[in-house]
Design a protein around this ligand. Structure first.
Ligand code: PAF
Length: 285
């Protein structure tokens, strides 16, 4: 069957209901498009785990703050659909903004607590937009399984919280971060980087390697590790630090001492481009 592109909520919902009625297992990968190898790895994994593989492509305005890159966010539905077809996607759901947020739209999903720090502190309202659109997409696509990248660690934690709290019957899988050969985590926003910024952005993955080395050598004091990373970043790059934190993987609260539940989370600006990365410090991804 050739790939199908659906743009209306009604048609997508009908298609999902029909698939469910015949016992098909729906696997879902939500994206904002501009697909890269990281997205394709989610789709390849998803292909093996269900009957109907649905990819959503929707640049969601409610998760962008004022002055952020909503207008400039790269969009290329034709190229994305071709890539999706190669990895065996059955349906691309690509609604318009008016279709998702019609006149009179007034309902938002807001996960409290864990959305306030880290990216939530520098992007107020961001996670409210993410959980609102992901909640809507779950209702429209009705998947049994949804795959997300671990790169957006806080997003994944927040979405897990939402599905538990709202009793949404979907299994959430976090997939390993997909990296360029030189270590840079794949992100649709990497296209914004100049050649020099692209080189400097390696400081993100290098910082993770440095932190892992310190922990392997017995360092458990989070403030010592964070200070070493701050020094490395300011001496080796022109990056502006948004945050470098060691947090508990579930509560996202900062930890004084590194333990089995610790995750290192970094957000750095290279010019106007903000990139994030993360790693567990004492467990495998
Ligand atoms: O991670 C993303 O691309 C987006 O935040 C998501 C989950 C597709 C919601 O718009």
């Amino acid at each position: 069957m050739p790939i199908q592109i659906i743009t209306t909520v009604a048609e997508m919902q009908q298609r999902a209901q029909a698939a469910r009625a015949t016992g098909q297992r729906i696997v879902f990968v939500p994206t904002m498009g501009c697909l890269h190898q990281g997205h394709l790895s989610l789709l390849e994994a998803g292909r093996k785990q269900g009957d109907l593989l649905v990819l959503s492509i929707f640049v969601n305005p409610t998760q962008f703050g004022q002055g952020e890159d909503f207008e400039d966010y790269p969009r290329d539905l034709r190229c994305d659909s071709e890539l999706a077809e190669v990895v065996g996607v059955d349906i691309v759901f690509a609604p318009t903004v008016a279709e998702m947020y019609p006149q009179g739209y007034a309902t938002f999903v807001d996960v409290e607590g864990i959305t306030k720090g880290l990216c939530g502190a520098s992007r107020p309202g961001h996670f409210r937009g993410v959980t609102t659109v992901v909640g809507k997409l779950f209702n429209i696509i009705q998947p049994q399984l949804a795959l997300f990248g671990n790169k957006d660690f806080q997003q994944l934690t927040v979405i897990r919280r939402m599905t538990i709290d709202l009793n949404i019957p979907v299994e959430i899988i976090g997939m390993p971060i997909f990296r360029e050969p030189d270590g840079l985590a794949m992100s649709s926003r990497n296209v914004y980087l100049s050649a020099e910024q692209r080189q400097q952005a390696l400081v993100l993955s290098q910082s993770i390697v440095e932190a892992l080395r310190m922990v392997a050598a017995g360092q458990t004091d989070s403030s010592v590790i964070v200070a070493a990373l701050e020094n490395r970043i300011s001496s080796k790059s022109a990056a502006r630090i948004d945050y470098i934190k060691i947090c508990h993987r579930l509560s996202l609260e900062e930890q004084v001492k590194v333990d089995e539940d610790s995750v290192l989370l970094l957000a750095l600006f290279f010019g106007k481009t903000r990139l994030i990365d993360n790693s567990y410090l004492k467990r495998a991804e």
